[in-house]
Design a protein around this ligand. Structure first.
Ligand code: EPU
Length: 422
């Protein structure tokens, strides 16, 4: 198991290039199932979550490898075992995104039902409802989702909203099932996240007919087959937001490349209020702190609202604000595992239902802390960068799920982070 040792208190300065988006790459890898042949995903980051899906796809019968350029190459000429085993799915819930493509390609699938995780219950009822509406017969047996579409899938109008708004991977699943269904599917209350738009653009490049991309109403005219293609994934906007906060907590200035600032309006808006400006450039931006941290209120929402995947990192930033802030979590109301760890570093955070009340403190104090999930661990790294002294973060395998070479990227900006195996 690895730990990070962070010597805090250094102003970060310099240029960082973002990796490809994890949450765009995962469904795009699953989309390769839809097109027999070899798909190439350029910019797919080297992360443990990506490795889990590579393994899952190879168990289905595909050949999955990195080519000499480091791109992901997925040969799905053979898909002869449409099964997502518990032992793999339990490592990553996003494995559920193979369900729609497998139903479309093989007419059947058996996938372990994902359980809850550190950020909440995370049901998949809306995925199953949507697939049933497309004509799939679905039941649960021994912890597995057993899905069949004996007579193929048929397009229709589907409402995909749930108690917390749209669902990102639910939209991905239904979209990927619908592209090969007979007739027209209309998805109302579709997720508008840039990662879903990237998936839809990729599907269209494969020969699908998806319109309304980026809006809550996706219209899909089914086609009979899709072609394997090369596709470049978008940069990771959550990684971008994490580096933006790194500039904010260290009074630094960071130029971020491979970043679509247009996808980050809600984040830039809150940063401006806090005292960190985001100046757009071609394919990137410069993020600059004014040396102060003003308090701000944040509510997470589906895109284009403020992303839940940056809630923990902004909590670190607002812990150091000159005044009180409130963060309200409207997507995963229990996603607050970082609160107790940040308090160990002398933050003053109080949880009240789905909100956290933050009384800003002058300094965070280094301490040994425990990473509990991906974004919570990013929040602790940011706290370590801001704190005086040496912070030790245990269980950094959580951060390796979603941040490619984070310590190397931060060290290139002046941070002092060492990784040790214990
Ligand atoms: N929900 C349901 N029923 C469903 C599906 C979702 O009630 O069938 C609820 C969820 O419990 C949650 C809300 O709907 O309250 C939204 O969840 P969503 O389905 O959108 O989440 P997801 O698709 O499972 C993706 C990202 C998450 C990100 C969320 C929200 C990937 C691989 N994962 O998850 O990313 O937090 O959307 O934006 O794309 C991360 O990268 O750290 C991460 C957790």
């Amino acid at each position: 198991m690895d730990i990070f040792r962070i010597e805090g208190g250094v102003k970060l300065k310099g240029t960082v290039r973002l990796s490809g988006s994890k949450n765009a790459t995962l469904p795009i890898m699953a989309a390769a199932i839809l097109a027999p042949g070899t798909s190439v995903i350029k910019g797919a980051p080297e992360l443990s979550d990506i490795a889990v899906l590579m393994k899952l796809l190879s168990k289905l019968g595909a050949t999955v490898e990195r080519n000499a350029a480091g791109d992901l190459q997925i040969d799905t000429t053979v898909i002869n075992n449409p099964v997502g085993e518990y032992n793999i799915v339990r490592k990553m819930r996003a494995s559920i995104c193979i369900l729609g493509p497998l139903l479309a390609r093989c007419g059947k699938a058996k996938i372990s039902m994902p359980g809850g995780c550190a950020i909440g219950d995370r049901p998949v009822d809306i995925h199953l409802r949507g697939l049933r509406e497309l004509g799939a017969d679905i039941h649960l047996k021994n912890g597995y989702i057993i899905a069949q579409a004996k007579n193929g899938l048929k397009g229709r109008k589907i409402f995909l909203g749930g108690p917390f708004g749209s669902t990102v991977l639910g939209t991905a699943n239904i979209l990927m099932a619908a592209v090969l269904a007979k007739g027209r599917t209309v998805i109302e209350s579709a997720a508008c996240e840039p990662e879903i738009a990237d998936l839809a653009n990729c599907l269209n490049k494969m020969g699908a007919k998806v319109s309304g991309i980026g809006s809550p109403r996706l219209v899909i005219e089914g086609v009979s087959s899709l072609a394997a293609i090369e596709y470049q994934v978008i940069g990771d906007r959550i990684e971008a937001g994490t580096f933006m906060v790194a500039a904010g907590v260290t009074s630094g200035e960071i130029r971020i490349e491979n970043c679509r600032v247009d996808d980050m309006a809600a984040v830039a808006d809150r940063l401006l209020k806090i005292g960190t400006t985001v100046e757009p450039l071609d394919n990137g931006c410069v993020v600059k702190s004014n040396g102060k941290i003003a308090p701000a209120d944040i509510t997470t929402q589906p895109y284009p609202g403020f992303p839940t995947d940056l809630q923990a990192q902004f909590m670190t930033l607002l812990s150091l604000a000159d005044g009180n802030s409130v963060i309200t979590e409207k997507i995963f109301p229990d996603r607050f595992m970082h609160v107790a760890e940040l308090n160990r570093m002398a933050a003053s955070l109080r949880k009240e239902g789905p909100s956290v009340i933050i009384a800003g403190v002058k300094n965070l104090v280094a301490a040994p802390v425990m990473a509990s999930d991906l974004r919570a661990s990013a929040a602790l790294v940011l706290a370590g960068l801001a704190a005086q002294g040496t912070t030790v973060i245990n269980r950094v395998y959580h951060i390796d799920r979603g941040y490619e070479n984070i310590e190397e990227k931060l060290n290139a900006l002046g941070a002092k982070i060492t990784r040790k195996s214990i």
